[in-house]
Write a protein that binds this ligand. Structure first.
Ligand code: FES
Length: 152
């Protein structure tokens, strides 16, 4: 299948790295926007490790998406500096506004919400990133703006 071929291409590029499993999973996610279930046994076979091992690593790291992302991806910083500036309350407000939790995508496919651990924007905490653009000093107004943006 096409999926198998694209997975195999990623694998062959990274197979010779030391500790290739995580780079391959990242590569597959870059290729598809998430890591398709069907890719896992192909990776296991190519690296000569068990499917359980691949699955274990895949589920352990929260970086890996199990499903395709929405049209927009909003990452909200949950690391220390942002925590101390109220990122928990901000995240709760965002979840309520968008109607989804972390690692979820809204039903209309508009937006995926993910936690991230430091955007290097600690001086402007609490921080987030929408489609690769950083947003500092999150507050209720900015959350409203974000919600409007993703509904477009
Ligand atoms: Fe949130 Fe650094 S801790 S940007």
């Amino acid at each position: 299948t096409e999926l198998a071929a694209r997975t195999a291409a990623v694998i062959s590029e990274m197979k010779n790295l030391e500790g290739p499993l995580i780079p391959i999973l990242h590569g597959v996610q870059e290729e598809f926007g998430y890591v398709p279930q069907e890719s896992l046994p192909i990776i296991a076979e190519a690296l000569n490790i068990s499917r359980a091992e691949v699955h274990g690593v895949f589920t352990f790291y929260h970086d890996f998406r199990h499903n395709p992302a929405g049209r927009h991806v909003l990452k909200v910083c949950q690391a220390e500096a942002c925590q101390s500036m109220g990122s928990d309350a901000i995240a709760a407000q965002i979840k309520q506004t968008l109607g989804i939790g972390f690692h979820e995508t809204s039903k209309d496919g508009a937006v995926t919400l993910e936690p991230i651990y430091c955007l290097g924007l600690c001086a402007c905490a609490p921080a987030a990133m929408l489609d690769g653009e950083v947003i500092g000093r999150l507050d209720a107004d900015k959350i409203e703006e974000i919600a409007e943006e993703v509904r477009k």
